[in-house]
Design a protein around this ligand. Structure first.
Ligand SMILES: *Cc1c(COP(=O)(O)O)cnc(C)c1O
Length: 232
């Protein structure tokens, strides 16, 4: 079993190589450690190895864990949000990456406004059209964009996607490219840049970086396997 620290070092090396291959700067890609189902001690180890950004996919779990972790870390919600958990989500997270409908966005907006906050969000896109996954279809993102952009306490920072798992990451390259293209179309519609393209996980982050990811979300390759029932 490798240590969290050495896992992170090896991921940073691989991030650097993927950047070199694609003519990008390592500073353009943010590493998120996905700590779901791992205890606060694991977060602390990753923080000591220099990771500042963490992702959790359940509000309930995050609410218990975040207060135990070192302060000063950045936390994003990356899992499906139920509207009755919006209050906690706005309280505990700096960004919600998993906004997958206009009604959820409106709910978050109302909550953020009540707490005098601007809430940064990403729009989650179900890029392969999987029936089992949450997320906007590419068409509905474009159709809802103007209404989403008009919500005054939300700031749209970009797009997020979770492509299907495959043992061969080359298979998902076209999906990463599709998400990057969709982000460009959103930018054209909004006439404003969207800085964040959140894509790439343990099995496919190098390909994601080559296709323009600005934020990769790594769980297993940092912390090891989660218990089977924990798969999100
Ligand atoms: C669990 C999870 C990850 C991390 O997956 P790994 O394959 O363990 O790196 C990334 N993004 C989301 C949305 C997740 O739920």
């Amino acid at each position: 079993m490798m240590s969290i620290e050495s896992n992170i070092a090896s991921i940073r090396d691989r991030m650097g190589l993927a950047c070199e291959r694609s003519g990008r700067e390592l500073s353009e890609v943010r590493l998120m450690a996905v700590s779901k189902f791992h205890p606060w001690q694991a977060v602390q180890e990753a923080a000591e190895a220099g990771v500042e950004l963490f992702g959790e996919n359940r509000v309930q779990e995050a609410k218990l864990k975040i207060p135990q972790c070192p302060s000063g870390l950045h936390w994003h919600l990356i899992g499906h949000l139920q509207s009755n958990k919006c209050r906690d989500a706005v309280h505990y997270f700096e960004m919600i990456q998993s906004v997958d409908s206009l009604s959820l966005a409106e709910e978050i907006n109302t909550t953020a406004k009540k707490h005098s906050r601007m809430m940064p969000i990403l729009l989650e896109v179900n890029i392969a059209g999987e029936r089992t996954k949450f997320g906007y279809t590419p068409e509905t993102v474009l159709a809802d964009l103007e209404k989403l952009n008009a919500l005054s306490s939300l700031e749209i920072h970009g797009l997020m996607a979770i492509p299907p798992w495959t043992p061969d990451p080359e298979k998902v390259r076209p999906l990463f490219r599709k998400l990057a293209d969709l982000k460009k179309r959103c930018e054209e519609l909004l006439e404003a840049p969207l800085p964040v393209l959140s894509m790439g996980m343990s099995g496919d982050f190098e390909v994601a970086i080559e296709e323009g990811a600005t934020l990769i979300r790594i769980g297993t390759a940092i912390f090891g396997e989660r218990a089977k029932f924990n798969q999100a």
